[in-house]
Design a protein. Sequence first.
Length: 263
Amino acid sequence: ISISCLCLSLSVCGVVLFLSCYTLLLNFYYNWKILHTKNFTNLYNKKLMMEFNSTRGNWTGFTAYSVEIVKNRNNPLDRIQREFEKKVRKSLDEITVASPTIKLKSVKKSSNRHPAMLVCSAYNFYPKQIRVTWLQNGQAMTSGISSSDVLPDGDWYYQIHSYMAYTPSPGEKITCMVEHFSLSEPALEVWDPSLPVVEWIKIVVGLCGMMLGFVIVSSGFIYYKKKSAAYMTLRQGEDKIILELIDCKCNKFQHCVIHLQLC
């Protein structure tokens, strides 16, 4: 039993005990007071409704409405029971019920030595009692299953995680079934072996980044080639330079020094 349910039960019992004692004392005082009167009559619009006789120690009703009231007056325990039922119904209506949020995902892919691992998680449910079952092609699985305890979130809600190790085979159907008080029927979450939406988004973003990088590199290369071609064209368009030989000296090692002059 959770702490919240225990506190609620103690509160309801405390309220009921207080009302019971208060009702008994009130009836005792009321009966003690009217016992000193031999006969007590109740009239409405000059019509006799009910009468109390101290000799018999009970009430007598004379109309359909007063007969129901007399039952309460003559049987205080019945009145207490009805008050208790009223308080319990009101308390039950105030209890919050939250249905679980279910997520099924893969935490480990299968390899030659290790099987695949799936986890089925249920979040934000109340009350605490819950049941998680794994189904393979509609049949309940018992091997390779492990579950965590029902963990409190700290905000009156709970969560639970159930793990299943299995070897994938073509055409099989893996289902996580969750049963909870808030659900009119068990919730079924079917495992889809294809890539999740998040993984597809990562792939698309990566491809877009690669394409953007390719466009930037290509643009830089084209720009460089155009600049190089323009420089070569400019050099080819310049006037020819005329040089005049002034002097030329060579040594025995056949090293020559040439002096040139612009014309």
